[in-house]
Design a protein around this ligand. Structure first.
Ligand code: UD1
Length: 417
């Protein structure tokens, strides 16, 4: 078992470079199998989710080569075999193979995906989308068989602007006959990144980044080169850490427009920020004002950033609130923040934080990926040594977190026990 130890109270100064976006990477890798030729994708983060997807590529007999931050994926000798539960359950995004295999072979057989336990996380909208394209879905004992004689373009309205359903339907529709329109599509930057990748291969997708995406089916997808966008959630996490204990901490390789909602909230509480074209410099302030955040689909305040921001709210004077509207079970970090000395109560989907409270080190758990990042943020300002267990969750999404934080002055280490 791996544990993380963090000695709090150190200033962070220097530069942290942001890696490629996890949530784009985890869709780009499955999307690459749609190509009839080889794809090269650069700026791929070295995180365990990437490895789990490469294991699925190997299972499907897809040739995968890693060269520093790039990945070369050649599906020419691919075989469409069942994706067993031991592979699918390692991460949520394994479900993108459902759309990609359906799009390519008109058949996908796989088990329910895994991922963070942050709510029920059904995939009904993905399946409804596949059915609208002409597929038949059979479900038995956690296993899905999705198959179609022919996929035909359709008009699909998503009841919820789901990131996963938008991408999965896009993957299934790129090779369908005719035109698909996805209405109430999610608008996250990662979706634009996936659409650009598919278009680079020869797909005809317009409107990604708006709530209406149009896909004109094509027969052949060719070789291409693509770059993963910087991870806006990783960037946000380190910016929040900078507001907690930074001294001119520079977060580099950022697209500031992707984190507008976070930057506005930071300004509102009185953070010291310099926002450049592709970087943010942040320093800790001695006092912050309280505020309310409400998570929302992009471009609203990201649910993935709410947990680390809650840590910052413990350092704001007065009463702050976090309203979680996307997932039912995203306050698991709160119990551990309280153990560290925070004063937070939860009622329904709202956390009320009374600050400012000093934090004191104790043993905590990374209950999921973003809750884990919040534990690291809290540990950085807690007095004493905090021990975090279930670190595997954090390593699913933060490339070289220990190395990055150590390089700017944090005392942090992962130990195998
Ligand atoms: C993605 C991100 C995750 C982020 C979330 C919201 C990836 C790999 N993960 O997750 O980091 O927190 O977007 O920004 O990109 N829903 C349904 N039925 C469905 C699909 C979704 O009811 O078929 C619901 C979900 O339970 C949730 C809401 O829709 O309440 C949004 O979920 P969705 O946008 O699909 O999130 P994910 O794609 O799972």
């Amino acid at each position: 078992m791996k544990i993380m130890e963090v000695e709090g109270g150190n200033q962070l100064t220097g530069t942290i470079r942001i890696s490629g976006a996890k949530n784009a990477t985890v869709a780009l890798i499955p999307a690459a199998i749609l190509s009839d030729e080889e794809s090269t994708i650069c700026n791929i983060p070295e995180i365990t989710d990437t490895k789990a997807l490469c294991d699925i590529l190997n299972l499907l007999n897809v040739e995968v080569k890693r060269a520093s931050e790039s990945i070369i994926i050649n599906p020419q000798k691919m075989k469409n075999v069942e994706i067993k539960e031991e592979f699918s359950k390692k991460l949520r995004a394994s479900y993108y193979f459902m759309g990609a295999l359906l799009g390519k072979y008109k058949k996908a057989v796989m088990y329910f995906p895994g991922g963070c336990s942050i709510g029920a996380r059904p995939i009904d909208l993905h399946l409804k989308g596949f059915e609208a394209l002409g597929a038949k879905v059979t479900y038995d004992n956690n296993k899905y068989i999705v198959e179609a004689e022919e996929l035909k373009g359709a008009n699909i309205y998503l009841d919820i602007a789901s990131v996963g359903a938008t991408i999965n339907i896009m993957l299934a529709a790129v090779k369908a006959k005719g035109k698909t329109i996805i209405d109430n599509a999610a608008k996250e930057p990662e979706i634009v990144n996936i659409a650009t990748f598919l278009n680079n291969m020869g797909a005809k997708i317009t409107g990604a980044g708006t709530s209406t995406i149009k896909i004109e089916g094509v027969e052949y997808l060719h070789k291409c080169f693509h770059e993963v966008i910087p991870d806006r959630i990783e960037a946000g996490t380190y910016i929040i850490m900078g507001a907690l204990c930074g001294n001119s901490l520079k977060i580099d390789n950022v697209i500031p427009e992707h984190i507008d909602a976070l930057l506005s909230k930071l300004e509102e509480i009185g953070a010291d920020l310099e926002v450049g074209s592709d970087y943010v410099i942040v320093s800790k302030q001695n006092s912050y004002k309280s505020t309310t955040i409400k998570t929302a689909v992009y471009p609203g305040f990201a649910t993935d950033m709410q947990q680390a921001f809650t840590v910052l709210l413990t350092q704001c004077s007065g009463k702050s609130k976090v309203v979680e509207t996307i997932f039912e079970n995203r306050f698991m970090h709160v119990a551990y923040l309280n153990e560290l000395g925070a004063n937070i109560t939860i009622k329904n989907q709202t956390a009320t934080i009374i600050g400012k409270t000093p934090l004191k080190a104790t043993n905590v758990v990374a209950t999921d990926l973003r809750a884990g990042a919040a534990m690291v943020a809290a540990a950085l300002i807690a007095t004493g040594k905090t021990t975090i267990t279930n670190v595997e969750h954090i390593l699913r999404g933060y490339e070289q977190i220990v190395e990055k934080l150590t390089s700017v002055g944090a005392k942090i280490a992962i130990k195998e026990i």
